[in-house]
Design a protein around this ligand. Sequence first.
Ligand SMILES: Cc1cc2nc3c(=O)[nH]c(=O)nc-3n(C[C@H](O)[C@H](O)[C@H](O)COP(=O)(O)O)c2cc1C
Length: 186
Amino acid sequence: MNILGINGSPRIGGNTDILLDRVLEGARYEGARTEKAILNTLKFSPCQECKEVRDDGLCLIEDDWLPLSEKIEEAEVIVLASPIFFGSVTAQTKMMIDRFHCLWRAKYILKRGSKKKKKGYFISVEASQREDFFDNAKAIIKNLFATIDTCYEGELLFSGISHKGGILEYPDALKEAFRLGERIVS
Ligand SMILES: Cc1cc2nc3c(=O)[nH]c(=O)nc-3n(C[C@H](O)[C@H](O)[C@H](O)COP(=O)(O)O)c2cc1C
């Protein structure tokens, strides 16, 4: 099984990064192949709403988003991790999502056939205790997953975690993340 983890946090070694690593570790333990993309290290522009767009669902802008989108296409499982920023996903995550607009158009407007289904999981952390922030982020992630033919299979959401590495003080959360990785594969 080929699993792609995507970290949308700018904080490498931060809470979502740690959780994502645990999920991928659990998946590797069960024999999966895993890869992690860190959006903040990629150079890609936000969607430009290009006047001319391709009908095959591919974006015209040639930057680091293109190879990432190929990896997403090839993966059987996507684990997308983003902390809550201002009640939503991070800008890095949203920028990646918006670039799928061409695919959205091909799928929903041009009714191009859908591709193989994959499984998707969402990981998020917030400093507050606001359920509505997670609901907001989940709605965005579900919208993306529908566009990339991915079933929203599960989530790991943790509230009240603020400082870098704060999640390490919650061993149960780390175990839960590892177990999710195992479960994804089995
Ligand atoms: C720009 C910014 C905006 C944030 N907005 C929120 C927010 O709206 N609600 C919240 O609960 N936490 C918010 N936080 C806190 C982060 O979600 C929290 O610190 C999280 O643990 C960061 O995860 P990371 O270490 O993976 O980046 C914000 C943090 C930053 C830097």
